[in-house]
Design a protein around this ligand. Sequence first.
Ligand code: NAP
Length: 205
Amino acid sequence: MNELKISILGTGDMGGAIATALSRRTRHSLRLRGAQPGSTSALRLIDALGVTEASKEDFLASDIVFVVVPAASIEEAAAFLNGYQGIVVAVSVSGSVGRDGLPSSAERIATALPEATVVSAFTSIWSNVIREPGTSGKTSVFVSSDDDNAKEVVSRLATELGFEPINGGALSMALYAEVMGMFAVRLAMDSGYGRTISFHAFNAG
Ligand SMILES: NC(=O)c1ccc[n+]([C@@H]2O[C@H](COP(=O)([O-])OP(=O)(O)OC[C@H]3O[C@@H](n4cnc5c(N)ncnc54)[C@H](OP(=O)(O)O)[C@@H]3O)[C@@H](O)[C@H]2O)c1
């Protein structure tokens, strides 16, 4: 895969895991930023991975921007990315997804960034598994978008990271993959499976 300019907005548990995986397992150029320039979480990753903090201009010039912020911060994050015309990978999941009648996080980003091409992916995977995909089988990454080319680019990225991309249909399907993310949280916490519980889609026929 050609070298891509990838930026990550949100450098907490999940943004940090994605940054670490991209940095260690691919050759793409990587920049990142937390809620503010120089935020502690971003500086820690910059130090650990030898990557650079992303300016607003860096985000606008990116091929792919990962949005990995709390769902409550989506509109604020989108305002920061105003004018971006590339691919957004929407990773955010609301704690009340599927129960509040609201659109998916991915659709909220698409509404707030009408010039961008939004792809929902990595919503149903724990950060632990992003960091260390494990050896018990490939975890599925459900990839949903209204743009087939963008879906293909993000699917190839998921493959490079050691996962199995699954065609998750149109962006309107993103809600279901986000609900699976919340289900993974409940399976880990309430059912005792822990933070490596993963989904693998396969055709049993
Ligand atoms: N953790 C997982 O395993 C996992 C898996 C799948 C999906 N997700 C989803 O990924 C998202 C992030 O989860 P997390 O666990 O990484 O949360 P987290 O550890 O609380 O990190 C949130 C990050 O978002 C940043 N942020 C907050 N508001 C922002 C804004 N307006 N602009 C830019 N950055 C902003 C914070 O910046 P500062 O550090 O500067 O405060 C922080 O780096 C959530 O929507 C979650 O549902 C998480």
